[in-house]
Design a protein around this ligand. Structure first.
Ligand code: ADP
Length: 297
């Protein structure tokens, strides 16, 4: 089976669900506490593996109790972890998340070991990258690592699927070297420096990226659907109608499943539908698939 190499972050998310968020300096008690696996890289690797992909994951974890649990979870999902590096003297990546009664939140991320996924680690992982039929990236690892991977992918003619999230500054000249860019409305608005609140605005913003040389731009629009834009066509699909209970990581599930469908040769429309089905299932589950609760025993 063709290999997908996902390169990106692994985190542990520590989540407090409460009736309302605290004011500055205030203590609010009575919260419910959850720990879940996160990190966009890890989420996408797990999603791709659960969607049937042959997945290798390249990532850095720290020297803490979570690191072994994370690696074990990857293995349990059938993911090749030969190049999940363990960094001594560093914590694993952590996100502290507070969620209020209306779903409003505070989120703070400490990248920890993720910041140590440098170009030299990518060089070490070349044996597995050489086997890749597709590379999947996000933006929770250092910028210089991403440019290095894009250079390698281009040299070796390996298609790159990049979920440009969270959106941050990046050298635009690299965009012409990306095959598939996946963005939500906020991210495409950020990149195009345009306000994006509906499909027409999203399409106009996506066009500016096609003009910069991206081959395929895929825009996800939550419950509204998704579309792919190329120089020659636009293909649009609707989202499945489900009762959403937790939309965190919907985009990650979408990207992981999308990579699997594309690598297996699906048409763009079918790949979008497959990705959308996987993401729809994920939003119906709290903290699961791929954000599964940690075993707290
Ligand atoms: P992100 O999580 O990156 O912000 P979106 O919110 O656009 O991304 O969601 C990604 C995909 O997940 C959507 O294109 C859709 O297929 C699916 N999805 C998200 N929210 C829902 C929902 N409420 N109902 C059904 N599908 C959803």
């Amino acid at each position: 089976m063709k290999k997908i190499v996902v390169i990106g972050s692994s985190n542990i998310d520590l989540i407090m669900k409460m009736n309302r968020l605290p004011e500055k300096g205030e203590t609010v008690t009575g919260a419910e506490f959850f720990q879940v696996y996160g990190g966009k890289g890890a989420n996408q690797a797990v999603a791709a593996a659960r969607a049937g992909g042959n997945v290798a994951f390249i990532s850095c974890v720290g020297e803490d109790a979570y690191a072994s649990q994370m690696i074990q979870q990857f293995k349990d999902n059938g993911i090749d972890t030969s190049f999940v590096f363990r960094e001594t003297g560093m914590p694993s990546g952590h996100a502290l998340i507070m969620i209020g009664g209306q779903g409003e939140n505070y989120i703070s991320v400490a990248p920890g070991a993720n910041d140590l996924l440098g170009p030299e680690k990518i060089n070490e992982a070349l044996p597995i990258i050489n086997e890749a039929e597709m590379i999947v990236l996000q933006y929770e690892i250092p910028r210089k690592t991403l440019t290095h991977i894009i250079n390698i992918g281009n040299e070796k003619n390996i298609p790159i699927l990049w979920n440009f999230a969270p959106a941050q500054e990046f050298d635009f000249s690299y965009f012409s070297r990306i095959n598939i860019l996946v963005l939500n409305e906020t991210e495409v608005g950020y990149l195009a420096k345009m306000q994006v609140e509906n499909e027409d605005e999203a399409e106009n913003a996506a066009k500016t990226l096609i003009e910069r040389g991206v081959e395929k731009v895929i825009i996800t629009r939550g419950a509204e659907g998704a579309f792919v834009l190329t120089e020659h066509e636009k293909v649009r699909i609707s989202s499945y109608r489900v009762d959403a209970v937790d939309t965190t990581a919907a985009g990650d599930t979408f990207c992981g499943a999308l990579a699997v469908a594309l690598i297996e040769g699906s048409s763009l429309k079918h790949a979008l539908e497959f990705a959308s089905a996987a993401a729809a299932i994920s939003v119906t589950r709290l903290g699961r698939n791929p954000r599964f609760l940690l075993d707290l025993k």
